[in-house]
Design a protein around this ligand. Structure first.
Ligand SMILES: [Fe+2]
Length: 330
């Protein structure tokens, strides 16, 4: 191209941008990818769908299980949602396990590379909640801003200038009460229940909403059947959050991105818009508050987040049946 042609072409581009009302740059393309960590595991339906229900009321079956997180590339920056499970830890599997991850696919950083990103490219991390399978590899990102709800950050005793204790002060997002806008089209939303400071992430791409929800449900079966898992710190908040998530999906074209089921990456690959049947919520029995004495050492189950206080962890997790070795000192 000679100089005259170049000037002419540049002029057309500039005019195009001016007509577009955007003098700076064209709209970047958003890309969401799964960070695949484990696959081929199982979970029992009573674990995934039995929250607040009497024992034996769920017809038992084994459902598929996996572990993956997500990365949002807005075209301008790379944002992680959760950071996997610690590479050096393994989850014991026994005949009583009610959830397993399956076989390791990759450690977190290697899985991120498979998705096409180096840790140094990451500018922000959004943490859905404190559990070890969502926060396990934060140590690899000392220069990224870590957004985490104040409740979870305080519970984890997180320190560092890069930790952004989030109070969700940007007002409502659609039918959710409180959000923090993270980037154009990316919203970090308070959605308590699974844990007291739980949050979800919604990324808008055109008319599609990608809903990355941590553990609001462990499986898509629970979403479809409108049932809670047995893991929650506040059952009525968990019910309210699931109701809002379902209402959102009914009103907005939504791709539902789960952490613990292969439906998560399959829905993403197929850009599957979730369709929900109208199903009444199942009346639940308010769980008698399981309030262990908050004295002594705090032990946390790596699989389900159950908290136990005392000199020793329990022999078996009362919630997910993992053996003593699954407990870590908090
Ligand atoms: Fe969790």
């Amino acid at each position: 191209m000679n100089r005259r042609e170049f000037i002419k072409t540049a002029g057309v581009v500039t005019l195009g941008l001016m007509l577009d009302g955007n003098l700076t740059e064209a709209k970047p393309n958003m890309k969401i990818s799964a960070v695949k960590l484990y696959d081929g595991g199982y979970m029992m339906k009573s674990f995934a769908c039995g929250g607040g229900l009497p024992e034996g009321s769920i017809k038992e079956e084994k459902l598929r299980s996996s572990l993956q997180n997500y990365v949002i590339d807005t075209g301008k920056e790379v944002i992680l949602v959760d950071t996997g499970f610690p590479a050096e830890e393994t989850i014991p599997v026994t005949k009583d396990s009610v959830i397993t991850f399956g076989d390791k696919v990759k450690d977190y950083v290697d899985a991120l590379k498979v998705a096409g990103y180096e840790p140094a490219q990451v500018s922000k991390i959004l943490i859905t909640h404190k559990h070890a399978d969502h926060t396990g590899e934060l140590r690899h990102f000392p220069n990224a801003k870590i957004y985490i709800s104040r409740i979870e950050a305080d519970d984890m005793k997180l320190t560092g200038d890069n930790v952004v204790r989030t109070d969700f002060t940007d007002g409502a997002y659609k039918n959710f009460n409180a959000c923090q806008k993270i980037a154009d089209g990316v919203y970090y939303i308070f959605a308590p229940g699974h844990t007291k400071g739980n949050s979800i992430v919604i990324a808008e791409d055109g008319d599609i909403s990608y809903l990355i929800h941590g553990d609001v449900t462990y499986t898509d079966e629970a979403l479809l059947e409108n049932k809670l898992s047995v893991v929650f710190e506040d059952m009525s908040a968990a019910r309210d959050t699931l109701n809002r998530v379902r209402a959102f999906i009914k009103e907005n074209k939504t791709v539902y991105l789960s952490t613990h089921t292969p439906f998560g990456y399959e829905n993403l690959d197929n850009k599957k818009i979730m369709e929900l049947p109208d199903i009444e919520e199942t009346p639940v029995v308010e769980e008698k508050a399981d309030t262990p004495k908050a004295t002594g050492t705090k032990w946390v189950c790596s699989v389900c987040g159950y908290e136990h206080f005392g000199d020793e962890p329990p022999e078996v997790c009362p919630r997910c049946k993992q053996p003593k070795s699954a407990f870590k000192k908090a």
